[in-house]
Each structure stands twice: as structure tokens, then as C-alpha cells.
Write a protein that binds this ligand. Structure first.
Ligand SMILES: [Fe+2]
Ligand SMILES: [Fe+2]
Length: 139
């Protein structure tokens, strides 16, 4: 694990965050009915968290002398609220896994503040995943 490997890993995380910002904004626009109204609120609230994550990763990548990506990760666009939320849950779980792994990489390189921040971001995504599981239970 070199500093360049860490920058590459953090850029993959950043692409995922940009993708999530777009996905939640898109999904808020595609949420209809009574449940849709509740979902729109959740998506809007979570977009703020994801934007915070994206801003943090951008600053860290610049600080590590890397070039932060502005290209979002692709995401599926299934029809219907349930399928949509299942995509979100899968992607949040993937993000948790990546942040935990990259926190270990940061620790290996002696980047202890970054390690803690990545673990906190994994915890934020775990909160999002819990919220999604709650919603999916009702569907
Ligand atoms: Fe995030
Ligand atoms: Fe999230």
C-alpha cells in the first residue's frame, strides 16, 4: 500500500459519493405517493451527508497531492420504490465495506486522522443502511 494506492482508493470512494448525491437527487424526483413524500425528505437529508463526505474526500485527495475525481460512479435505475431502495441499500453496504478497508490502509500509512474520519463515514453509511432496511421492511 503506497500513498498513490490510497489516493486511488479514495478517488473510488469520491466517485461513489458523487454517484450517491446524483442517485438520491434523481430518486427524490421519482418518488410519488404518500411513501414517496417521506422518501423525498430522507433523500434530501442524506444528500447533505453525502455532499459532506465528497467535500472531505476532495480536500484529503488534494492534500495527498492527488487529483480529485468529478466523475460519478454509475448506478442502476430500476422502476418502483422497492427496487430503488434495494439498489440504495446494496450501494450503502458496499460503501461501508470500502470505507472500513480504506481506513485500514490509512492506518498502515500512519494517517491516523484519516483513519478515524473514514471509520466515521462508514458509521454514517451504516446509519443510512439502517434507515433503508426500516423502509424496506414496510414494503
Ligand atoms: Fe457517503
Ligand atoms: Fe450514505
Amino acid at each position: 500500500m503506497t500513498k498513490e494506492d490510497l489516493v486511488r482508493a479514495l478517488n473510488a470512494d469520491l466517485a461513489a459519493e458523487w454517484g450517491t448525491v446524483i442517485r438520491y437527487t434523481y430518486q427524490a424526483g421519482k418518488s410519488f405517493g404518500v411513501l414517496g413524500t417521506e422518501l423525498r425528505e430522507m433523500f434530501r437529508k442524506e444528500v447533505e451527508d453525502e455532499l459532506g463526505h465528497a467535500a472531505f474526500l476532495t480536500d484529503v485527495i488534494v492534500d495527498l497531492s492527488g487529483e480529485p475525481t468529478t466523475v460519478p460512479k454509475e448506478f442502476g435505475k430500476p422502476e418502483g420504490l422497492k427496487a430503488m431502495l434495494q439498489v440504495d441499500l446494496e450501494m450503502e453496504l458496499k460503501d461501508i465495506e470500502n470505507y472500513r478497508m480504506h481506513a485500514k490502509h490509512a492506518e498502515e500509512l500512519g494517517e491516523s486522522e484519516l483513519k478515524v474520519k473514514l471509520e466515521e463515514m462508514a458509521a454514517d453509511e451504516a446509519g443510512h443502511a439502517r434507515e433503508l432496511r426500516r423502509l424496506l421492511k414496510g414494503l
